[in-house]
Design a binder for this molecule. Structure first.
Ligand code: ADP
Length: 156
């Protein structure tokens, strides 16, 4: 069984994340969307809120589940028996960053294979950091987030 973890902050989930997961769900038997706590980032939305949104967005995809973890992503993958690490790439900046992470991952756990999907072009400009900035300024983010969720402002 081919099981992949899609790790990220999802603060909040965007149409770009959704696109990667829905396409990857056709490739892997199971995908676990895993919210990681990043020591360098203070999230805008609580873990509970981000989990609820992810569960709502993927409620119709039977092979996608949602969880969260502390610590290293490779340790999380090992603990749930995932052989693949899924990531998305939008542009050259993402590519360089993802290549570094994938190559360091390979040194740390040669069994864990990183699989990268390029974002579909219509979602390439969507970025959670910019979505948060729009929200802080009371702007409308409905074009950038999955249609089933509604966010009108920061929860913390
Ligand atoms: P991180 O904090 O690890 O960057 P994110 O939640 O921002 O976590 O992103 C998780 C994954 O989704 C990363 O691989 C990132 O490159 C990818 N991603 C983010 N936005 C998009 C997008 N618009 N299209 C495709 N992939 C994306």
């Amino acid at each position: 069984m081919k099981k992949a973890v899609f790790p990220g902050s999802f603060d909040p989930i965007t149409k770009g994340h959704e696109n990667i997961v829905r396409r990857a769900a056709l490739i892997f038997d199971e995908i676990v969307v895993s919210i990681g706590s990043n020591s360098t980032k203070q999230s805008m939305f609580t873990l509970e809120q981000r989990t609820n949104w992810l569960r709502e967005v993927f409620a119709d995809v039977s092979n996608v589940t949602v969880d969260s973890y502390d610590g290293l992503t490779i340790d999380h993958c090992k603990s749930i028996g995932a052989q693949f690490l899924l990531r998305g790439v939008r542009n050259g900046g993402d590519f360089e960053y993802e290549r570094t992470i994938a190559q360091m991952t390979k040194y740390m756990d040669p069994q864990l294979e990183t699989v990268i999907l390029f974002t579909d072009p219509e979602y390439a400009a969507i970025n959670s950091t910019v979505v948060r900035e729009i929200l802080r300024n009371n702007g409308d983010v409905s074009h950038f987030i999955p249609t089933c969720i509604h966010i009108s402002g920061p929860t913390r």
